[in-house]
Ligand binder design. Sequence first.
Ligand code: WAQ
Ligand code: MG
Length: 279
Amino acid sequence: MTDLLYSIRMRASANGAHISGSERLVSSERAEGIIRDMCGRAVSRGVMPDDITITVDPMTRESIQYEAALDFVSVQVSCVHEGRSFAVQMLEHIGVAPEAARYAVHIVGSGAAPSGANMRGAVIMDAQNGVRLEQDQERGVRVSRFDWTESAHRNVNRALSSAGFPHFRTQEALALASKVARAPGVLAELCWSDDPDYTAGYVSSARAGYMRIPFMKKPGDAHGGRVFFVDAQNTRLDVLITYLQSAAVLIRKVGSVRNSVEPHWALEHYASGSTHVRA
Ligand code: WAQ
Ligand code: MG
């Protein structure tokens, strides 16, 4: 094994509008296969891109920070209304102001970029008042340089698949959320997919873990996005953004995986002060 890891990033767009993106952090032996996969993904979203950019950056292993994955629970909601209402309540429990939580759900659900499109990256939002802090509201802040270690990837794939969540999106999102939850100043994250066929999303935080919500939008709805809620008064935005974009984080330990918890149970359990939901 060489001492280098490769940060590989893909973005695909058509007429300047974002179609898809992906980021990995892998050993040199795996880089070639990953690049092939990314090209496949770039052309598989039903819209033919006119631009596909793949960026490869070598990184030394000494620059890597290792983290554990957030604990995972799937929350049993049965419709979009319940899903969104759980998300808002959970964010409030974590310390996000109710107006900010509701505003975040609203903008992700209607295209958070000023043009009304989906953003390529995330909104950074002041958790106290809902003010948007990202410099470029059309693009947002894209988190990069994170992945599972090879063995953690095998373990998380096994754990999530046997709990009924075999989709690569779940694994990718759990890795991203595990990096973001450790960001300096981040209180919580809200996310749902922009893929019209994928209705799931999540709320996450370092304390609450990753709470998967199967219905955050109706099938066919192409809106989706991410919001990172920050404690703005005590956060240096430049330090936060450097961490999100540039710190190399590998997730090497898998947390607990728990299926089908009731929304009220998730809220109470979290409110009771337990820091982790154990299976
Ligand atoms: N950094 C910041 N924002 C991003 C990133 C990133 N690396 N990748 C995607 N986004 C934003 C962007 O606005 C996308 O439009 C939006 O998030 C959704 O991205 O447990 O697949 O890649 O099964 O569609 C949730 C997983 C799936 C639920 C999330 O996101 C589950 C997903 P997508
Ligand atoms: Mg993605």
